[in-house]
Design a protein around this ligand. Sequence first.
Ligand code: UD1
Length: 420
Amino acid sequence: MDKIIVNGGNPLEGKIKIGGAKNAVLPIMTACLLAPGKYTLTNVPNLKDTRTMSELLIRIGAEVSYRKHTLSINTENCNNPEAPYDLVKTMRASFYVLGPLLSRFGISKVSLPGGCAWGPRPVDYHIKALKELGAEILLDSGYIIAKGSLVGTEIQFDNVSVGATGNVLMAAVKAEGLTVIRNAAQEPEITLLCEFLNKMGANISGINTNTLTIEGVSELNSVEEFEIVPDRIEAGTFLIATAMAGGKIELLGVNPDHLKIVLNFLEKVGSKVIIKNNSIKFIAPNKVLPIDMITSPFPGFPTDLQAQWLALMTIANGDSKVTDEVYIDRFTHVAELTRLGAKISLNKNVASIQGVSQLKCAQIMSTDIRASASLIIAALSAEGQSEISRIYHIDRGYEKIEEKFRNLGADIWRQRADQL
Ligand code: UD1
């Protein structure tokens, strides 16, 4: 298996272009199933997850091609409304096809995703809401089978769910009558999905609020060209890495509005942030101040940056707490950061961190996408040569991360399994 090797200690300096958002493009790729036709998506990152989603669309019967961050999808001949276990188990976002396939074919069969490295991750909100829209739902041999025609209704989510909001939106755009989703997710990725669906001819209002109203339409059309928003999590990862390693960088092609709370926290720990249109100039603090952080749905601090933030707090000048309120089990990085010399104690979903002046190199192991990113940025600031294994996780969500860090002056490279 490939490894990433890091010689820590170099400050980061230079400009970096941020790619398109993984979590925005995945549901939009599934939305293309709603109406037969040809679609072109631009600013699409080249990631393992986008390739897995392409593979899933191909199995459903779509033609998919990818070149220079442009994805072309033709869903005219789709005829197999099924998402098999071998794909869903490698990427939970495959579950997004449930709503669009049900809407287009009146039936959809999708493998239940099962657990993941950070807990059970249920799909009960998706199922309950689809039932409320009139779908008949069966569980057969590990597969969810959803059938029937949908009629608009009021859906109230108990907690905010990005995936369930997206799935229900896609199911409801062609349902008969009015659907209202209360306590809907307001993540920028959901906003973009709503904009894409409206471009397809859907009638969604309340975008950017927690109440989405969908007036069902009978026909949808394909979309000739649509640009994916910049990845706020990739951007936040590079900012936190620089706060940790020291230096100054400029992010290009970002949307600072999507990063408000993260920038606010980075300023609170002593960083300097200068925003100009779609760029962010960032200067690392001399000393990182300790600050408590609690994740919450957008516009709160994203759980997808919790691991990276926790890494930063390990070298803060004092004690801090990191609490994950979105995914209470998402702390597999704690044990690995401890191997680098971090002082962290974990009690349920609260990590208490005692800042140390310097992390030290170690052999460490990736456990999921964002945990991998936190280990890389911790290793960039640690003294000596660290080796990070199981880095296939990182390729799911970051395009050429080691090359991007190298361009900023980091001493980091990938050791391919065949070179070992
Ligand atoms: C998406 C993101 C993921 C991010 C997460 C939270 C994608 C592809 N993935 O995941 O990177 O970390 O949002 O911002 O966009 N829940 C239930 N039942 C459900 C659905 C969710 O209990 O049916 C719970 C989850 O266990 C979790 C919370 O709701 O505690 C939020 O999860 P959700 O927003 O649905 O996450 P995903 O859409 O899977």
